[in-house]
Design a protein around this ligand. Structure first.
Ligand code: NAD
Length: 428
């Protein structure tokens, strides 16, 4: 694998670039470019057929200087330790830039959850906790849902942990369903966080959001609420969204000349973010190939699907009209493409700032679990807005003061906070 496709190499490359600019002490640098701790385990699961199947799982804890580690659990057929390492590392920077008192971690199991029955999924979730429970906990490491995992799965995991720990421990895991220890506002938190960031970016660039158009890649948990928020909160128009069609095993871009109705499209989208394109066509939507979203003449691009989409090959297809790229996904831009965007003077809201809304509300969820008192949705979203606005402004100010690209500024803010916490704790 080369540096553009190996997510962990990409995470290290981004870190090294800023560590160099900051002239970070070589020992601190060596410590931060690798995770602190990794767990690799094998999980035996009795399948409905009666056979036993063995699954491989990981939990990577990158850094806990600022507080307990925090990061999702992915169920993915091509999960690798390097992807999990990269995502754990980005979680450290994400929590630091959002200024929430947590570190970074990530977990994964090599499995396609769509191939499991509900009872097999439940046994796999409980098996995961059986392997890792002594190394996670509300004060150690708090998992959450991610690709291929759901709030229901978090509930099973929380239940298994509580049984092993001998007490109800809702704060061991976030992303639980509302009514089962979950927080209001978690579902829309990441997408709305993208929009709060965009609103702040438009203010600083003196762009009227109501006159803006956007194209979005993805139509899953993040993209749906980014699309709804772009229309409802910013009064702009989303011209198209793209998605991976699970039946055709290819990607499409679905658009409308007058702008999409995100709520309508959400109503014809399955739980995996796959749109019913026939119903969309009937409603007057156009269907194009999966790469069309990036070539649109719009003001804003929101990659909110998977990593590596804006790369050395595709970056040149981005229209000259685009002013802002808001990275809803983790790692959607490769370092090579980043250099091109930098030279074009593109305003990029980097991933771990742009999509930090999810982990921020996850943090609010653990705070509410600790208090055993739950806030209404409006209060959660207002608190989220305050946190995102502060995070955006600290990164933007750093980018202005240091005259650096927004991604480098985000790393500077995050690295500074993590290093400070390590110094205060006497680690370095
Ligand atoms: P999801 O599984 O709910 O949705 C993913 C969407 O991307 C789906 O609509 C899918 O069809 C589409 N997609 C997949 N491959 C595609 C392709 N090649 N072309 C076009 N579309 C494609 O996932 P999600 O939770 O919305 O996460 C999206 C991204 O955001 C991921 O990078 C994830 O790590 C990141 N993220 C998610 C959260 C969260 O709270 N869900 C938080 C932070 C970051």
């Amino acid at each position: 694998m080369n540096t553009t496709t190996n997510a962990f190499k990409m995470a290290q490359q981004q870190f090294d670039h800023v560590a160099e600019q900051l002239q970070l002490d070589p020992h601190i640098r060596e410590f931060l470019r690798w995770p602190m701790r990794e767990f690799h385990f094998r999980i035996p699961v009795r399948m409905d057929s009666g056979d036993i199947r063995i699954f491989n799982g990981f939990r990577v804890q990158h850094n806990n200087a600022r507080g307990p580690c925090k990061g999702g659990i992915r169920f993915h057929p091509s999960e690798t330790i390097d992807t999990v390492r990269a995502l754990a590392t980005w979680m450290t920077w994400k929590c630091a830039v959002a200024n929430i008192p947590l570190g970074g971690s990530k977990g994964g199991i090599i499995v396609d959850s769509a191939t499991l029955t509900p009872s097999e999924k439940e046994r796999l979730c409980r098996g995961f906790i059986n392997q890792i429970w002594r190394n996670i906990g509300p004060r150690q490491d708090v998992p959450a849902p991610d690709v291929g995992t759901t709030p229901q799965m978090m509930s099973w995991m929380m239940d298994e942990y509580s049984k092993l720990a001998g007490q109800y421990t809702p704060g061991v895991i976030t992303g639980k369903p509302v009514g089962g220890g979950g927080s209001q506002g978690r579902t829309e938190a990441t997408g709305y966080g993208v929009i709060y960031n965009l609103r702040e970016a438009m203010k600083t660039l003196k762009i009227d959001s109501a006159k803006c158009t956007a194209a979005i890649q993805g139509f899953g948990k993040v993209a749906q609420y980014a699309a709804i928020g772009f229309a409802e909160l910013l009064k702009g128009k989303v011209m198209c969204v793209s998605y991976w069609d699970r039946n055709d095993r290819t990607s499409y871009t679905i658009g409308h000349p007058k702008g999409i109705d995100a709520n309508f499209l959400k109503g014809i989208t399955d739980q995996y973010g796959s749109i019913d394109k026939d119903k969309a066509k009937e409603a007057g939507y156009t269907i194009n190939d999966g790469s069309a979203w990036m070539q649109k003449d719009v003001d804003v691009l929101i990659p909110a699907a998977i990593e590596g989409q804006i790369n050395a090959e595709t970056v040149h297809t981005i229209s000259k009209k685009v002013r802002i790229i808001a990275e809803g996904a983790n790692g959607p831009t490769t370092p090579e493409a980043d250099e091109v965007l930098k030279s074009r003077g593109m305003f990029v809201i980097p991933d771990f700032l742009c999509n930090c809304g999810g982990v921020t509300v996850s943090y609010f969820e653990s705070v509410q679990n600790d208090m055993n008192y739950y806030w209404p949705r409006k209060e959660v979203l207002e608190r989220l807005d305050t946190k995102i606005t502060a995070a955006f402004n600290s990164v933007y100010e750093t980018s202005q003061q240091e005259k650096v690209y927004m991604r480098d500024a985000a790393y500077m803010v995050a690295i500074d906070r993590v290093v400070k916490a390590m110094q205060l704790r006497g680690w370095i």
